[in-house]
Design a binder for this molecule. Sequence first.
Ligand code: ATP
Length: 235
Amino acid sequence: MLDLKQVTVNYGNFSAVQQAEISVEKGEIVVLLGANGAGKSTTFQAISGLVKPSEGEILFKGNQISGKSPDKIVQMGIVQCAEDRKLFPQMSVEQNLIMGAYVHRKNRKLIKQTLREVYDLFPILYDKRGEFAGSLSGGQQQMLAIGRALMAKPDLMLLDEPSIGLAPLIVEQMFESIQHINKEGTTILLAEQNANAALSIADKGYVYENGRIVVEGKSEELFANEEVRKAYVGA
Ligand code: ATP
């Protein structure tokens, strides 16, 4: 579904991602692991059209998307859920969700149906649908960010650090929801520092170090890899 071929992203003289080779098959959950600043978010921004790679190709369903506008990329079926969530705090929960459906703005029936699906997945958002997004807890805001991304009905969802700043119990629920979304048919590319939780739901992963992918493999292989365990999973 998604193939990155030798993708390099430079910010001036600094190379944030170097020659990334990533492949995501339809139906998979794939995780990008790595420390802060290793290049995961930059990879996401390149996929969603927010930065242009200096080299390489990004193919989505066989079409070159590198260089296309972020808007066009959303229309093609890729939606990013950013690390800082980018909600509209002074708008209600429901208004935030509806904003996520702007690519389908002419199809009110679809919006209504998708809204129902999102509320089924996160019932707390239904209970709080009239409240300001800014009044929600961290976990609820993360649910809202994911719910808003789902409103676009993406084929591929990019989730940047969904567990950031959340309590362990909430992290567990968040990963269960991600698994559920995947089972319902959305392919997922996830960036995480919480390797344990991420590998437990992912099919495979890529480990970044200083902008380069240094290890890749199935989740079981990464779990079993001594170096990866030491650096990212914990003893
Ligand atoms: P994080 O979890 O902190 O977002 P990351 O693995 O996603 O980490 P990136 O955000 O992709 O890492 O950052 C990779 C490198 O690129 C870092 O050294 C960062 O400082 C640098 N960088 C990111 N955005 C820019 C920018 N707009 N201009 C210059 N350098 C940048």
